[in-house]
Design a protein around this ligand. Sequence first.
Ligand SMILES: *[C@@H]1O[C@H](CO)[C@@H](O)[C@H](O)[C@H]1NC(C)=O
Ligand SMILES: *[C@@H]1O[C@H](CO)[C@@H](O)[C@H](O)[C@H]1NC(C)=O
Ligand SMILES: *[C@@H]1O[C@H](CO)[C@@H](O)[C@H](O)[C@H]1NC(C)=O
Ligand SMILES: *[C@@H]1O[C@H](CO)[C@@H](O)[C@H](O)[C@H]1NC(C)=O
Ligand SMILES: *[C@@H]1O[C@H](CO)[C@@H](O)[C@H](O)[C@H]1NC(C)=O
Length: 561
Amino acid sequence: MKEERFKTKNLYIVVLSLFFFFLCSTSDLLLPRSPLAILTGGRWDFLQPSIGISAMHMQLLHNNKVVIFDRTDYGPSNLLLPPSKCQNATVFDCSAHSLLYDVASNTFRPLTLRYDTWCSSGSLNASGSLIQTGGYGIGERAVRVFTPCEGAVLCDWVENRAYLSSRRWYSTNQILPDGRIIIVGGRRAFSYEFYPKSPGKSVFSLRFLAETRDRNEENNLYPFLHLLPDGNLFIFANRRSILFDFVKHRIVKQFPEMPGGDKRNYPSTGSSVLLPLFLTGENNRSVTAEVMVCGGAPPGAFLKAARTIPKIFVGASQTCGRLKVSDPNPKWVMEQMPSPRVMPDMLLLPNGNVLIINGAANGTAGWEDATNAVLNPILYLPDEIDPTRRFEILAPTLIPRMYHSASLLLSDGRVLVGGSNPHRNYNFTARPYPTELSLEAYLPRYLDPQYAHVRPSILTVELAGNMLYGKAFSITFVIPAFGIFEGRVSVRLVAPSFSTHSTAMNQRLLVLRVRRVAQLSVFAYKADVDGPTNSYVAPPGYYMMFVVHRGIPSEAVWIKV
Ligand SMILES: *[C@@H]1O[C@H](CO)[C@@H](O)[C@H](O)[C@H]1NC(C)=O
Ligand SMILES: *[C@@H]1O[C@H](CO)[C@@H](O)[C@H](O)[C@H]1NC(C)=O
Ligand SMILES: *[C@@H]1O[C@H](CO)[C@@H](O)[C@H](O)[C@H]1NC(C)=O
Ligand SMILES: *[C@@H]1O[C@H](CO)[C@@H](O)[C@H](O)[C@H]1NC(C)=O
Ligand SMILES: *[C@@H]1O[C@H](CO)[C@@H](O)[C@H](O)[C@H]1NC(C)=O
């Protein structure tokens, strides 16, 4: 009896393997570029026709809820606050300008914001609370904290109107190796400060921010920040960038100006990512760090759109540049996107590719200053050797997402996309770009059902508490189909970013060192992995951990470093 069952099971496995062998040999497992990709590069899911506010700022929390907010001076939104919260709303109109979106149930509830969050910034702290800073008017020095809660507790914002030492409108934040958060720049704020404050001096001037400001256009707001494995901060504004030592408060190095003349920061908004950091080598100190900046607008584009009647919408920048910032004398390597784009969002996908999504082909950021929305995201394959095959055009959305839109990676591998409001207030009748209250998800091709049999699922992570620097751990996972395991997997940590104005603050992807993979049973495997080496590569906090097999990521589990 036992033996018979065993035989049946074996037969089943053989049949299954043959079936998947057939599948593998006919489907594009390694996701090569194909002409069909233009039509089939992923899918869009319409999640909510209206969440009542326009998703200008978004942050994913480690309980898979997303804090979303716009600005409190828009006038009444389409989302009502419960009467008990009404007295605390800035505009006293009992409408909300923030909400908590639950990814699993696709539902949301309003949150209460009092101090104006317009064009503000944020970062999670080391224990996963959202520390949200600055804004406009009564919100320009505010710090607002949102701590995730579970069960029936209805957590809400806790606001401090006067924490910051300088006004911070259009600034950028980054969490540091010691868990503090640095807040850099802002309109007429050529300085940086820290949260929490240390005793003594609290604002430090940074002339680089004044130097990179264009008269009348600025083009240096929402500077791009990336914490590098050497412990310094990369700061990019306009076309220039520096390596900055925030401990000694000095510029370590000036990088070459990005070639081509295009401007990259608000309102000539481009975007930037720190490409995946590979911690797979023997030497802890030699982690290669490379930054990529895409899109933006040529000089004068903002004035032509914002100050000329009728408006002139100049074609956006079509270029990207890569700079190996860890090299002693790096040079920008320029590339051409398939089409021009201003206000792109750049997101790191768990498989290491870069998604370039949202934005427009003409004009700049600013009220009604852009046109010709780009509906197709594009995929950039950083490791593709042939430069002519690095970009892929993906499936288009139907909804323009331009100024004041946002997007972020979810732990299930989807990309949440919302917002777009190029107008001074809510305007649902403006054509062709009304205020968008909808929420959608973009599903990259790795979520296509045809890859289900290769997609790993994480069973357990053997970690006693938090992940510690330099400490090994194991992870067990299942590959659904027998006989297709490639023999290796990649284990990756992705930091959840604060997304606004094409800037994904704190975004980083770490490829961990996998020492060994052992087969536990027919479908289950165990990988021994080294945790991130230090707090320079992985500042403390929550990360999504993905297992990637043949380019297909698992759903992530949250771990705390
Ligand atoms: C209103 O805000 C104040 C100060 O932040 C707080 O103490 C109070 O609990 C809030 N009231 C309600 C109903 O949320
Ligand atoms: C993060 O912020 C929350 C709320 O202010 C605070 O309770 C917590 O101690 C902070 N975590 C760290 C590591 O500073
Ligand atoms: C967008 O820019 C392109 C390139 O400069 C230009 O040819 C086109 O006319 C512009 N479109 C609009 C609607 O202004
Ligand atoms: C909405 O936009 C249209 C077109 O730009 C404009 O005519 C109208 O006055 C705006 N409505 C509101 C309420 O601002
Ligand atoms: C890398 O760093 C970790 C933690 O600092 C240490 O335990 C490990 O020995 C280092 N490895 C090498 C090869 O230097």
